[in-house]
Write a protein that binds this ligand. Sequence first.
Ligand SMILES: C[S@@+](CC[C@H](N)C(=O)[O-])C[C@H]1O[C@@H](n2cnc3c(N)ncnc32)[C@H](O)[C@@H]1O
Length: 300
Amino acid sequence: MDHGEEKSLCPESNQLIARTRWKLLAKVLHKTSAENGQSSSQLAPTTSRQLYGLFEWDVLESNIFWQDSCGQWLQCCSFNYPHFSLNVRFLINQFSIDELTGFNNTGNVCVWPSEEVLAYYCMKNNYVFKQKTVLELGGGMTCLASFAVAKTSDAMLVACTDGNPASVENVKRIIEHNNLSSTCPITAQVLDWKNESSFKDMESMWDVILCADCLFFDDGREALVDTMQRITTRNGLILIMAPRRGRTLDAFLELCHGKFDIYLNEEFDSDVTRAHQKKLLSPDYNSDHNYPLLVQLKKR
Ligand SMILES: C[S@@+](CC[C@H](N)C(=O)[O-])C[C@H]1O[C@@H](n2cnc3c(N)ncnc32)[C@H](O)[C@@H]1O
């Protein structure tokens, strides 16, 4: 997510941060509408301009489900992985300022670059998931990485989760409308890492956790680390994609010390590096706020 104007993360700047976040999300919606030549009320907030082009997105106009009152369907394919294809529903929303500044709808704005890169990384490294139970935290309205795992690996079970019920309902529709019978079982449910009751039945249950662009919530970071630690199996693996974004990634890693073995990787995939280098030529591109780093946590 492009937090281009965010200058400081110190506690005194809360008002500035709230204003900046609102501006950021308003900017994203505005940019996306301009690209589509549509007003934001008509618009399916599909993909961020900052995506790395690892997937192609086509409107499914021939499909009767292509648009309804609050959703639009796009077909997601990958040039490098022709066997991957998924019909994805995007929520068409009008966000109030309260919803935007509260951040609970960040997963209903678009697919963010970290999710795109995580999905691609999962397809390319699908051996990681063989016979594993896999859960995504904060997957937003598409949980694209979860679908990449379910469709291209021999995982045993994939669970898509988010704290926002609207995101989860959308993911359930994506599951229903895609023919996933030949893939591993995939489910969707609300999991709020600040609400223990939403994951009380999941202690030490998941071999691999996926998480994209969820480290910037100052008031949720500790709960996120605790959730990861509790629901992961012994020796379990957590795969995170997130941009550095000021001090936010470091703040997350500090909370992980002593709980996990930590591996931080800035160059983890040649296709992603190439796309990133191309973007660096654009004056609009802010790598600190967009370029995802790969964090691998191994539970001790
Ligand atoms: C920036 S979005 C990322 C969504 C998706 N992973 C992507 O990159 O496109 C952050 C996500 O975290 C979710 N989230 C925020 N707080 C949460 C919480 N306490 N529990 C679970 N999910 C939460 C939001 O609903 C949102 O979907």
